[in-house]
Design a protein around this ligand. Structure first.
Ligand code: ZN
Ligand code: ZN
Ligand code: ZN
Length: 606
């Protein structure tokens, strides 16, 4: 076996109803052979401490427990039949534990069904409870996961276009009735083939044993294993039948079957394996400091470059990709970013207000799994570097770069004269990979910091939150307010925000996290000038709906969920107080609606 094989675990080898089939008196359904117990079809791929599952079956939770899965890094979907997707909601614990959005790869047909079947995941409405956090990637060619290449194989499943997958010298073809001629070349030179063989009698959407054997005869894998097996096929007796028919290299797969296959490392440098989760996150104030730390360790970098303002869904995609690539190459997963933002130095008059503070960016780099960040002080002098010098001096010499990941709009060097084409050219010259990550599209809209800033500026915090992948947040110290509001209305905490950009003046449904607490509290927040009290300076005041009796808090974090109304001037404190009472009622109704929504969903899916 090679040093770093891909490990396969059959999580389920049964047909859509599983075996035993409920209520069935047949011998297979009542067999004491554990290999006759078949959960719904799924395969686990593991390498470098990372896990990818093919399909999230209705048995996914049980399968993950049984396989001792401690982590999930991506989901591949063959198609969206119920027996392949109805465990999708159970990826949430991995979202929460790892604090990441998980990429899901599949074809458009599968995503259309997934979006309908799991409408609450994709409807963009704010939720109090967790829902699966995913980005959908329609595959149209080989993809890189687990430090290797995975190739989708188009198949026909009745009247449906579905996918099989090849990884190294193994392929997984569950659920198909026909292999298009153009897919046959993907099935040459296999060590292991896992293939649909439902039963002996024909089925419009699946292979029979005989048809599966015909495919095996044609593509000649070293070994083949059946999957998606119905209760008509007893494990031991069918294996015996295969042997006596001369198929010594073909067997029924079974739940828990483990295989190791040789795979090629994805095209990148290095082969050192490591587990990035154990490694502390380090921040460097210059590329030279990074160099001084990692050069003695003989390590290079996989690097994302950008401003990453807000760390929205698109940024998360790039950073996660960096972490995955670095995990398999042994390089340091790093982000190079700038402080202050380059535009603030070059053209302060048009520089946008920032969505996030430097601290928030660093926190997110850490959460997404990076090992280091370089916060480069952006100066006029730095801006004079030509694109070639920027690459040679900073990326190649100091950051020992092995791969660079940037967004499509990336520009670098003096007068922004370097673009992604030039970066690729310099990559060939200096022998590092360049990956240009396309923007993430959310509900048909390109996710960008510009759009998010605009939405926040007009107060649409709900929309902004969906593009960020979490609510927009203000952090800061609690300061004492004018005092006049408290006397006339309700007790509030006054925030001095760290962020530059604030939501438009108005009243918002929010959640507020107090110093030292781990769970945020329901709240209503007013941003504005307090015109009723002739206020002149902008204030951010938050009222907790369920405040603790006595508390001290120096800092708070306010998460914006929905805008209730704009700020208004009232005739006096009494009218204002009535309106605030109404705002609080609406906020209560908002949170109650979320709760009801959640229980309705539980009723549907349990
Ligand atoms: Zn199926
Ligand atoms: Zn049965
Ligand atoms: Zn199917």
């Amino acid at each position: 076996m090679p040093a770093n094989p891909l490990k396969l675990t059959v999580l389920g080898s049964g047909t859509s109803m599983g075996v035993p089939s409920l209520g069935c008196p047949c011998p297979v359904c009542n067999s004491s052979d554990p290999r006759d117990n078949r959960l719904r079809p799924s395969l686990l791929l593991s390498r470098n401490g990372q896990n990818v599952v093919i399909d999230t079956t209705p048995d996914f939770r049980q399968q993950a427990l049984r396989a001792g899965m401690k982590r999930l890094d991506a989901v591949l979907l063959t198609h969206a039949h119920a027996d392949h997707i109805f465990g999708f909601d159970d990826i949430r614990p991995f979202n929460l534990r790892q604090n990441t959005v998980l990429p899901v790869y599949g074809n458009k047909e599968a995503f259309d069904v997934l979006r309908t079947a799991y409408a609450y995941v994709f409807d963009g409405k704010p939720k109090v409870s967790s829902v699966p956090m995913v980005t959908l990637h329609a595959v149209n060619g080989p993809l890189q996961l687990l430090g290797t290449t995975i190739t989708p194989i188009p198949l026909i499943h009745g009247d449906l276009n579905v996918l099989g997958f090849r990884f190294g010298r193994a392929a997984y073809l569950t659920d198909f009735s026909e292999i298009p001629e153009s897919s046959i070349p993907f099935l040459q030179d296999l060590d292991e083939l896992i293939i649909d063989a439902l039963r002996d009698t024909p089925h419009p959407m699946h292979q029979t044993v005989e048809q599966a054997l015909a495919v095996i005869d044609r593509v000649k894998p070293r070994r083949a294993w059946f999957t998606h097996i119905a209760h008509e096929l007893p494990h031991a007796a069918t294996n015996e039948r295969l042997r006596s028919a001369g198929y010594h290299h073909v067997q029924l797969g079974y739940d828990g079957l483990k295989l190791e296959v040789e795979v090629e490392d994805a095209p990148m440098h290095g082969s050192q394996r490591k587990d990035t989760r154990q490694i502390p996150f380090r921040v460097f104030s210059s590329p030279a400091a990074w160099h001084a730390h990692y050069t003695p360790l003989k390590r290079g970098s996989v690097l994302a470059i950008g401003n990453f303002d807000g760390i929205h869904l698109g940024h998360q995609e790039i950073l996660r990709d960096v972490a995955i690539r670095a995990a398999s190459s042994g390089d340091v997963a790093s982000a190079l970013t700038f402080e202050p933002a380059p535009l603030k130095v070059l053209r302060p008059e048009i520089a946008p207000k920032r969505l996030s503070t430097n601290e928030q960016r660093l926190e997110w780099f850490k959460v997404v799994g990076l090992e280091s960040a370089i916060v480069l002080n952006f100066t006029k002098e730095l801006s004079l570097l030509s694109p070639q010098d920027f690459v040679e001096q900073i990326l190649v010499r100091q950051l020992r770069v092995r791969a660079v990941l940037v967004g499509e709009n990336f520009r670098f060097g003096h007068k922004q004269s370097g673009d992604t084409a030039l970066l690729k050219e310099l990559g060939r010259l200096h022998d590092f990979d360049v990956a240009v990550v396309p923007p993430v599209i959310y509900h048909g809209e390109i996710v960008s910091s510009t759009v998010i800033r605009r939405e926040i500026a007009v107060g649409d915090v709900g929309h902004a939150g969906r593009l960020l992948g979490r609510p927009f947040v203000l952090t800061g110290e609690v300061v004492s307010g004018a005092g006049v509001g408290r006397k006339f209305t309700v007790p509030t905490l006054n925030l001095r925000p760290d962020q530059e950009l604030l939501p438009a003046n108005g009243v918002y449904v929010t959640r507020t996290l107090l110093d030292g607490e781990t769970k945020s509290r329901r709240s209503v927040t007013n941003i504005g000038l307090r015109p009723t009290f002739k206020g002149s300076s902008l204030t951010v005041e938050t009222h907790l709906l369920d405040a603790p009796k006595e508390f001290e808090t120096k800092r708070i974090e306010i998460r914006f969920w929905e805008r209730l109304r704009e700020e208004r001037k009232f005739s006096g404190p009494e009218e204002l107080k009535a309106q605030i009472g109404e705002d609080i009622q609406r906020a209560h109704r908002f949170f109650a609606r979320l709760r009801r929504f959640r229980s309705a969903r539980l009723a549907l899916t349990s």
